[in-house]
Design a protein around this ligand. Structure first.
Ligand code: ADP
Length: 457
């Protein structure tokens, strides 16, 4: 097992990794930017190294700075968290060349998964259902027109190197395709330094369903109960839950079996998530693999009883999966929901950085909060706006919803705006309560809620 781990991240996920290390008896090194000097990950790590100014490109994304910090502190491994360098295969390679274990999949697998059209082809070859679409990157618009005509409109153009919900364009008519194609290429180049785009069938109102996997270096793969992440705004998740109200036990078992084989076939190790879209018939189609731990991992931890971050560390150290999951297969225990609490205005969605003047965490039965915020902390404007993840669980979905509703009410954050009021409204929505929603839910919900109130009689 590792002696000391450097955490190349900040905020709640850095703290989450510190929790896992403390429980495993591993020493920790935090790295931080000048803006994060007073952060809790700095406070609770055994050692801390300032790696640069506030701007991520000069601190958390600065590979030489992170590697230098790791060498000075003499760590055995680096945990990248999510975002920042977590899916950077070059970084993973540099770690290995520096004799530091990268806690994640092997660099070649991360590289494959990072090119979305290649990941799609690899998963299709391994027997996972994908949406009809182009075979790899489209070089000319004529090619795109031919594929789109063949599969039928609407279609979606996607950047091969895309991520974070960016670089996607829906095309509803052939006439729109040439202009959209050129724009998609230009956008992809500007955002991801790679103009490659591919195309697939667009599903108008899909559900987003994903499967957490954990794989060791001995060929063992475990697939966890699915997460439902259809409550999204601009392709960014807001609320996640597990299990999905729409996935039957038969479908779950069938997918778990398929994914176990597919992930073994592509040589996947460590933690990852395979994302799917579900059409109105209930069929699942692969969209992408996220080769890292995800924001919403706690709901899976709650329903499975397995600590995924400890699992990542143990498997990176070469331990077999049986040390992480004593009893397989896993059966979901109850229901869990996560609300992402962002420092943003609940109506305009404008970022709301600043000093938190009062902070009260909810507690009680079935509540978990993953956060690095506290009263007096300053939320800097430079990074992601996520300040806390509120996770509720219960024996049933209804109990998890009731607990989430009262926990949102008891969660006090003053001094900045947060998305708490938005979550409270969603939790009260009849369609949400009935489990009847898809990725178009938020747009309909916001339109309905912005309608002026009916004047009193
Ligand atoms: P990213 O890597 O940017 O997160 P994804 O491929 O995971 O991109 O897609 C993010 C979201 O975009 C999905 O959850 C879904 O809401 C939407 N989306 C992606 N592909 C399609 C598609 N073929 N049809 C309909 N919606 C899609």
């Amino acid at each position: 097992m590792f002696r000391k781990i450097l955490i190349a991240n900040r905020g709640e996920i850095a703290l989450r990794v510190i929790c896992a290390c403390k429980e495993l008896g591993i020493r920790t090194v935090a790295v931080y930017s000048e803006a994060d000097r007073h952060s809790l990950h700095v406070r609770f790590a055994d050692e801390a190294v300032c790696i640069g100014p506030a701007k991520s490109s000069r601190s958390y994304l600065d590979i030489p700075a992170v590697i230098s910090a790791a060498e000075i502190t003499n760590v055995d491994a680096i945990h990248p968290g999510y975002g920042f360098l977590s899916e950077n295969a070059d970084f993973a390679e540099i770690c290995e060349l520096s004799n530091i274990r990268f806690i994640g999949p092997p660099p070649d697998v991360t590289r494959l998964m990072g090119v979305k059209d290649k990941a799609r082809a690899a998963m299709a070859a391994a027997g996972v259902p994908t949406l009809p679409g182009s075979e790899g990157v489209l070089s000319r618009v004529e090619e795109a027109l031919e594929v789109a005509n063949h599969i039928g409109y609407p279609v979606i153009l996607k950047a091969s190197a895309g991520g974070g919900g960016r670089g996607m364009r829906i095309v509803r008519e052939p006439e729109e395709l040439p202009a959209q194609f050129t724009q998609a290429q230009q956008e992809a180049l500007a955002a991801f330094s790679c103009a490659d785009v591919y195309l697939e069938k667009y599903i108008p109102a899909p559900r987003h369903i994903e499967f957490q996997i954990l794989a060791d270096t001995h060929g063992n793969v475990e697939v966890f109960t699915e997460r439902e992440c259809s409550i999204q705004r601009r392709h960014q998740k807001l609320i996640e839950e597990s299990p999905s109200p729409r996935v039957s036990t038969a479908l779950r078992l069938q997918m778990c079996q398929k994914l176990r084989e597919a992930m073994r076939a592509v040589g996947y190790t460590n933690a990852g998530t395979v994302e799917f879209l579900m059409d109105e018939k209930g069929d699942l189609y692969f969209i992408e693999v996220n080769a890292r731990i995800q924001v919403e991992h706690p709901i899976t931890e709650v329903v499975s009883g397995i600590d995924l971050v400890k699992g990542q560390i143990m498997m990176a150290a070469g331990l077999p999966l049986s040390h992480v999951i004593p009893k397989s297969p896993l059966h979901p225990r109850g229901h869990a929901i996560e609300c992402r609490i962002n420092a943003e205005h609940p109506e305009t969605f404008a970022p709301s950085p600043g000093r938190i003047t009062a902070f009260n965490l909810p507690g009680g039965p079935g509540i978990r909060v993953d956060t690095a915020a506290y009263a007096g902390a300053v939320v800097p404007p430079y990074y992601d706006s996520l300040i806390a993840k509120l996770i509720s669980s219960g024996r049933s979905r209804a109990e998890a919803i009731a607990r989430m509703s009262r926990a949102l009410e008891m969660f006090v954050v003053e001094g900045i705006h947060t998305s708490i009021p938005l979550h409270q409204k969603i939790l009260n929505d009849p369609d949400f309560i009935a489990g009847k929603f898809d990725t178009t839910f938020i747009n309909r919900f916001l339109a309905a809620n912005n309608r002026p109130a009916t004047p009193p009689e």
